[in-house]
Design a protein around this ligand. Sequence first.
Ligand code: SAM
Length: 291
Amino acid sequence: SKKYIATPTKTNKILQKYDFAFKKSLGQNFLVDVNILDQIIYHAGINHTTGVIEIGPGIGALTEQLALQANQVVALEIDQRLIPILDDTLADYDNVRIVHEDVLKADLRKIIHHYFKEEQTIQIVANLPYYITTPILMKLLREDLPISKITVMIQKEVAERMAAKPHTKSYGSLTIAVQYYTEADIVMSVPKTVFMPQPNVESSVLQLTKREKPLVDVQNEAFFFEIVQASFAQRRKTLSNNLTTKFKGILTKERINHVLDMIKIDGSRRGETLTIEEFAILANAFYKEIF
Ligand code: SAM
C-alpha cells in the first residue's frame, strides 16, 4: 500500500534523510494525519477541475493529498531548505508546481495567470504559518484575486475573531475586515496531536467564501475601516465617546451626537453591538459630514 507523507513514520524518515531541523520562526508545524487532511479537502469541496494554491507546503503532506484530488496545485514555500525535499517527496505527482517565494511578497495575480487556465476555479487551501495568519489573509482579500474560496488551518482564537457575530467578545475590527469581503465559517476543530512538532495553540479550519461584491456599500473604504477601528478603540467605551476621541478637533461631541440621531444609531451602544450594515451607515454619514 502507498505510504503517504502525512504519517509520523514517513515524516520522521524524510526529516532524518535530510537532517531537517524545524524553524519555529517560520511557523513550521507539519501535519501527520491523512484523515485530517482528507477532511480539510472535503470541506474545501475540491474536484479534478479545481486549481489550488497552497501556502507553505512544508515537506508536502497536504500538497500530496491535494495533488490526488485537484486538477493542479501551485505551492509557495519560503524556506529554501524545503525545495529539494519537496522535489523528492512529490516526484510522483506531475500536477504540482513548487514556487520558492515569500507569499507576502509574491505577485499572486501573476502566479495565477502563469500557472492556471483562464476561467479555472481557483481555491486556496493551506495549513498556514501562524505568525503571519492575518497579513496573509488580508493580502488575499484586499488584492481582489480570482479566488472563490479559502480553506485554511489557523489558530483557533484568530478563526473565532474572523468568524465572529456581533455581541461577542471575539467580534471586532478583524471580523469586519474579513466579513466585508467574505462569508466566514469555522468548519473544523483540530487537536494539537496531529502536528509535528505540536503547536502551543489550539487550531481550527476557517473557510472564507468570497462575496460577489462587498457586503455593504461604502462611499470610501479606507474611511469605513477607520470608523470601525475607532469604534473598537476602547471596547468598554460607548460609540459616542470613541467617535469623539476619533474626531477631536474636527467635530464637536454635539455634532457627533446629532449625526448619530439622524441615522438613528444610539450613541450609548458599544461598537461590538453594531452589525456591518450599521457600520456602513455610520461611516457614510460621517463621511458626508466631513468631506
Ligand atoms: N503544509 C505543511 C503541512 O501541513 O504539513 C506545512 C505547514 S507549516 C504550518 C507552514 C509552512 O509555511 C512551513 O513550511 C513554512 O516554511 C512556510 N512559510 C512560512 N512563512 C512563509 C511565507 N512567508 N511564505 C511562504 N511560506 C511560508
